[in-house]
Design a protein around this ligand. Structure first.
Ligand code: HEC
Length: 169
């Protein structure tokens, strides 16, 4: 008699525990996505990967974030363009992202910021970017030093290196 009652009770308990687990998984996902949004906003990704972001004091709607930038950065490394991260991430599994996220990139991408992030923070950025639709255009391709550039670009050349830096009072 006792065992007969125990079995349904155990089944009910397991069902409740199971549904709790599903709930907490979604909670964790939401927390991770919120953290990713926070990291993208505060670690400077929009400065370069969202067109017009610095000029607008960061007041660009989230629906336009991380779609890349057709304005290049030119320096001794050639001319680079911040890629559309929505399209980039949509082509990667989380595992592939984790394998590539810390790879060196050309300037002025601060790739060492990603290198020094925890796995959890890198996962958060991935999960957040994956919530954005993979829309927009791909950024122009990298142009090697000395080759013709057909887009607007910003120059990053060191000047006055012979002058000793002094603290201005
Ligand atoms: C100062 C400008 C700048 C900032 C800030 C910046 N990026 Fe970049 N990022 C670039 C440029 C330029 C490239 C292209 C580099 C190249 O051609 O090798 C790039 C490349 C990348 C790539 C490689 C994509 C691909 O197609 O291979 C990833 C991923 C990336 N950035 C993520 C981020 C994230 C995440 C942040 C914020 C933590 C960030 N970037 C901040 C300029 C920037």
């Amino acid at each position: 008699m006792k065992t007969k009652l125990l079995i349904p009770a155990t089944v009910v308990m397991l069902a409740i525990l199971g549904s709790l687990q599903v709930m907490s998984a979604t909670e964790v996902d939401k927390k991770l996505i919120d953290r990713g949004r926070y990291l993208v906003a505060t670690a400077g990704c929009n400065d370069c990967h969202t067109a017009g972001y610095p000029q607008a004091d960061g007041k660009i709607p989230e629906s336009e974030w991380l779609m890349g930038n057709p304005v290049g950065f030119q320096g001794l490394w050639g001319t680079t363009y911040p890629p559309n991260l929505r399209i980039f991430m949509s082509g990667l599994s989380e595992q592939q992202w984790m394998q590539q996220a810390r790879n060196p990139r050309r300037p002025p991408m601060p790739w060492f910021m990603l290198r020094d992030m925890t796995d959890e923070d890198l996962r958060a950025i991935y999960q957040y970017v994956r919530t954005l639709k993979p829309t927009g255009n791909a950024a122009p391709a990298y142009v090697a030093p000395g080759e013709t550039v057909n887009t607007p670009y910003i120059e990053f050349y060191p000047k006055n290196l012979h002058v000793t830096a002094q603290v201005v009072q």
